[in-house]
Design a protein around this ligand. Structure first.
Ligand code: HSE
Length: 323
């Protein structure tokens, strides 16, 4: 008899050009699936991983570490098994570790009758994400849990703001199939920022947030610039400048490195522009010999969700199918 739920844990874009470590948004068409099962045997066990070669050892797996953080805080009278069906390539820049980190805690929270709110779940997930990036930040985690755009106002204490998503905004993301480790992409960043650059960055960041609130696509376009991180990290991404130039010529409002790369994200107004941007990306990258994937998606305002609920009726819940 099963007592589990299957969930969809979405990919995300962090930083969004000028919002390094604080801003992110949630994608719709790509994410991991996970099965979280409640068991009598106490403890957290990763019982299945498909898609990519990741550790089964709970303390070495991002999903295991965030699950343990929640498990140790709550001390429930049961255990959990976690199955991970990974679609998001690790080291892709679209929140692979974040999807794993939030999936386990979201699933456990559902099975336990939701003792924790979304901010508390993000707090546990930070522990898992830190295993991958060697630093506690939540800009991929928060959009995966809340959906839409999120702004991490502060990590300690954790405060997350939900930012509205203009309804015609689409993301097109190219993912060259090379791996960039977040920890390494962080290590190359300078520790100090010239004041002139900081001024430009916070002016753009404030304007971007205002543009998202007011659905001012022109302002969003004028604000999607990163003068602090992009100059350093773009060197790690083959043909970055060519892609950026091509997408801006073909209708993208802006483009930047997705998270720590190598994925490159763009935002566009309307599906037609998003499609033109996809074609422009394809025409640049198909000449390079580097294998790539492109994702075109609306902004996912729902975030992580239950796909299938196979809980026992003794849990006083009717099994539901939400897709
Ligand atoms: N803000 C993070 C970074 C996202 O760019 O390093 C990747 O985890």
């Amino acid at each position: 008899m099963k007592n589990d739920i299957k969930i969809f844990s979405p990919a995300t874009v962090a930083n969004v050009a000028c919002g390094f470590d604080v801003l992110g948004f949630c994608l719709d068409t790509i994410g991991d699936e996970m099965v979280i099962r409640k068991t009598d045997k106490k403890g957290i066990y990763i019982t299945k991983i498909e898609g990519f070669d990741l550790p089964f050892e709970t303390t070495l797996n991002v999903a295991g570490v965030s699950a343990l953080a929640m498990y140790e805080a709550l001390k429930p009278d049961c255990g959990f098994e976690i199955e991970i069906y990974k679609n998001i390539k690790p080291g892709s820049g679209i929140g692979s570790s974040a999807a794993s980190a939030v999936g386990s805690v979201f699933g456990m929270n559902e099975l336990l009758g939701r003792p924790y709110n979304k901010t508390e779940l993000t707090q546990f997930a930070i522990k898992g994400e830190a295993l991958a990036s060697k630093c506690e930040h939540a800009d991929n985690l928060a959009p995966a849990i809340f959906g839409g755009f999120t702004l991490v106002k502060s990590v300690s204490p954790l405060e997350i703001l939900e930012i509205p998503s203009p309804k015609d905004l689409y993301a097109t993301i190219i993912h060259p199939q090379i791996e960039i480790k977040t920890s390494e992409a962080r290590a190359i960043l300078p520790k100090e920022v010239p004041l002139q650059n900081a001024i430009k960055q916070w002016a753009n960041f404030g304007s971007l947030i205002h543009g998202l609130h007011t659905s001012d696509y022109g302002l969003i376009q004028r604000s999607l610039h990163d003068v602090i991180v992009e100059p350093h990290r773009s060197k790690l991404i083959p043909h970055y400048e060519d892609v950026k130039k091509a997408v801006l010529q073909h209708g993208a409002l802006g483009a930047g490195i997705s998270g720590s790369g190598p994925a490159i994200f763009t935002l566009s107004k309307g599906l037609e522009n998003a499609q033109n941007v996809k074609d422009a990306m394809e025409s640049v990258y198909s000449k390079t010999g580097i294998v790539f994937e492109i994702h075109m998606t609306r902004i996912n305002t729902e975030g992580i969700k239950v796909l299938e609920d196979r809980r026992l009726k003794t849990d006083n819940r009717k099994p539901t199918h939400t897709h």
